[in-house]
Design a protein around this ligand. Structure first.
Ligand code: HEC
Ligand code: HEC
Ligand code: HEC
Ligand code: HEC
Ligand code: HEC
Ligand code: HEC
Ligand code: HEC
Ligand code: HEC
Length: 428
């Protein structure tokens, strides 16, 4: 093997094939150096090439000509697990492992064009996370979509599979950005991110502290990511304060997990719990919060860090007051028959999980049926409420106020004004 290592480190592929190492692996490299040279070059820089992990280790050796390439196996995570069991097991316990399941669990997915779901763009481009069994890969193949069978290349991309790349916060950017989760934008323009970039530029000493996404979310090599609040920013048990409790119930109704008529929980709640979209008890929430606080205390006092995170919790409940008022305003329009229940809505009540701003199975035909006031509500929840509280946790003053809280107050104003006009112009 020493010989192989030396040869590959020299980057001299021709030498490799004359070095007398027989087998399918050489043929793969030989032909693919012509067919897809960039890919082979990447593999050559990887720890894999130095350790005799070759093309056929991951793709099998059933394909050997330019015509039979559909015989090449596209490896699921189980292939990586053969040698990286620790990371595989850790990933399995984290939230990324639910990426694909979550996507399929919510109604909006089934209202969007397929290309946005399966391909590497749209919802599927970011939700392509989660361990797939061999049977699932086969089902995917049978359904006609061949790629995206692996989650591990989302942070250490193929075929370099580099650890260093995955510790760069850029590894998270493609997915943690934009409309409803601009963590990249918030972090990179916060003092935490600014110090990271100043350090990169050599304007701070190399020993200067600057927490990255990985520092706070994947510490000590763990692949298990999880936060206390999670994305939807709702949890159980209900808060003690009567107003806060009422507001959360209103939001849960609009998420379709509490039936607005009976007040009972719905089947969608079980779905949401099964993919860990909300923390169902105090203990599981507290566990994540305590882990996070411990991370902050690498650089801050416990009291300082706790004060900061408590403020995030507090702004979330204040944001929920605005949100609940907007939902109730629109709910009253449903109740009074001023808005007609769209076919795809679970109840005669506003529904926030449409996400695509469409409301029917035939997205192209249903677009024009959605009431504009409902779209404002979805935007207020998905875009502005998210920003208002996520910015507190990512220490970003501009997102917290101008892009978050301030926009929520604008949304609420618009909802109220529109509701007044709709009532005034409604014909019985
Ligand atoms: C004689 C040339 C040749 C040899 C030998 C060869 N390949 Fe290929 N391989 C190709 C060509 C051509 C394609 C198709 C490229 C395209 O779609 O443009 C391909 C495609 C692939 C794909 C992608 C399949 C897909 O669905 O897109 C994988 C993976 C692959 N090869 C792996 C291997 C492995 C592993 C070996 C050795 C066991 C190997 N190749 C040997 C020529 C070769
Ligand atoms: C450590 C495992 C591993 C090794 C080693 C490996 N691959 Fe891959 N390869 C992957 C994964 C993972 C994918 C992505 C599969 C998917 O998207 O479903 C992939 C995808 C591909 C594709 C199709 C996607 C594309 O970007 O075109 C080709 C072609 C390919 N590999 C060829 C090769 C060749 C040639 C070698 C050897 C030089 C090699 N692979 C070595 C894991 C590996
Ligand atoms: C046959 C065993 C084997 C398989 C299969 C395998 N690896 Fe590796 N991998 C290794 C070895 C050996 C190393 C180098 C030593 C180490 O870091 O453990 C390595 C290193 C790595 C590294 C660290 C590289 C660095 O920069 O330090 C990553 C990341 C990685 N592999 C990811 C993957 C992924 C993702 C897959 C599946 C697509 C995979 N590996 C499949 C054996 C394997
Ligand atoms: C740019 C990447 C990206 C796109 C595109 C994207 N998502 Fe997401 N999605 C994410 C990320 C990242 C999270 C986690 C955000 C967080 O926790 O703040 C997420 C969270 C979610 C959640 C909540 C998961 C949970 O457990 O709390 C659902 C549901 C969801 N997305 C559905 C969709 C649907 C449906 C689409 C397409 C209409 C979509 N996403 C498009 C990246 C994306
Ligand atoms: C969300 C991003 C992300 C995903 C997805 C991911 N990793 Fe990693 N991986 C990392 C980070 C960050 C590190 C560096 C950890 C550290 O600081 O030591 C890493 C390190 C590794 C290493 C090197 C361990 C070492 O210390 O040498 C291996 C091997 C590895 N990952 C395998 C995997 C496998 C297998 C999967 C899929 C089951 C996977 N990773 C998915 C982010 C990711
Ligand atoms: C200084 C630590 C820190 C850094 C750096 C950091 N985060 Fe966070 N992140 C947090 C805290 C604290 C929370 C909220 C945890 C809770 O719910 O109690 C959070 C929450 C999240 C969430 C859940 C939704 C939300 O925004 O509240 C995601 C997703 C996330 N962070 C991703 C990222 C990404 C991606 C980066 C880098 C671009 C990043 N974070 C940088 C501390 C950090
Ligand atoms: C390929 C897209 C993608 C990449 C790259 C990615 N994530 Fe994620 N991340 C997601 C999606 C999708 C979710 C939501 C999954 C779910 O709800 O089950 C998520 C969820 C999270 C959460 C959990 C939030 C919660 O609900 O508790 C954290 C924390 C997180 N990611 C951090 C990171 C960090 C740190 C990186 C970079 C090292 C990263 N992610 C890279 C797509 C991605
Ligand atoms: C790796 C070190 C490190 C970690 C971990 C860290 N921080 Fe920081 N944080 C800093 C540094 C350095 C600054 C810049 C201090 C300044 O502005 O003078 C900072 C700034 C801040 C600020 C803005 C202070 C100001 O004066 O504007 C807040 C708020 C903050 N951090 C909260 C947190 C929280 C909450 C956590 C844990 C979720 C955390 N930090 C984790 C190093 C860290």
């Amino acid at each position: 093997m020493i010989q192989l290592k030396t040869v590959l480190a020299a980057g001299a592929f021709v030498l490799l094939s004359t070095a007398g190492i027989a087998g399918a692996a050489d043929k793969c490299v030989e032909c693919h150096t012509k067919v897809s040279p960039g890919m082979v070059a990447d593999w050559k820089t990887s720890e894999h090439s130095k350790n005799d992990v070759t093309c056929s280790t991951c793709h099998g050796d059933a394909h050997s000509t330019a015509e039979d390439f559909l015989k090449a196996k596209l490896p699921n995570e189980a292939v990586c697990a053969e040698c990286h069991e620790e990371q595989f097991e850790s990933f399995k316990k984290g939230k990324h492992n639910y990426g694909w399941a979550v996507l399929n669990a919510i109604p909006a997915t089934h209202m969007a064009p397929d290309e946005l779901i399966e391909g590497g763009r749209g919802c599927g481009g970011c939700h392509n996370m989660g361990i797939r069994t061999d049977a699932e890969v086969k089902a995917q193949l049978d359904a006609g979509y061949r790629y995206q069978t692996n989650s591990c290349d989302e942070c250490h991309t193929r075929h370099t599979f580099s650890k260093k790349e995955a510790t760069n916060p850029r590894a998270c950017q493609q997915c943690h950005m934009g409309y409803d989760h601009p963590q990249w934008e918030m972090w990179s323009s916060s003092k935490h991110g600014m110090r990271y970039f100043a350090k990169l530029a050599g304007d701070l000493p190399g020993s200067a502290t600057a927490p990255t996404c990985q520092t706070c979310h994947l510490p000590d090599g763990t692949h298990e990511n999880h936060t206390a609040w999670g994305f939807l920013g709702v949890r159980l048990p209900f808060p003690e304060d009567a107003q806060e409790k009422a507001d959360r119930i209103t939001i849960l109704k609009a998420l379709g997990v509490i039936d607005p008529e009976s007040g009972k929980t719905t089947d969608l709640l079980n779905v949401v719990l099964s993919v860990d979209m909300v923390r169902a008890d105090q203990a599981s929430w507290q566990k994540e919060r305590d882990k996070m606080l411990k991370t902050c205390t690498q650089c801050h006092s416990m009291n300082y860090a706790k004060t900061q995170l408590d403020a995030g919790d507090a702004i979330l409940s204040k944001a929920d007051r605005l949100m609940a008022e907007a939902i109730e305003t629109v709910a009253a329009l449903y109740k009074d028959g001023i808005i007609e229940k769209p076919a795809a809505y679970p109840f005669n009540y506003p529904f926030l999980l449409t996400m695509m701003h469409t409301n029917g199975a035939n997205w192209d035909q249903e677009l024009d049926k959605l009431s504009y006031i409902d779209q404002i509500l979805v935007r207020m929840y998905m875009k502005h409420r998210m920003r208002a509280y996520q910015a507190f946790f990512h220490v970003n003053p501009d997102y917290a106020y101008w892009y978050g809280w301030n926009m929520m107050t604008e949304d609420l104003g618009e909802v109220k004004e529109l509701a007044r006009t709709m009532r005034a112009t409604h014909k019985k």
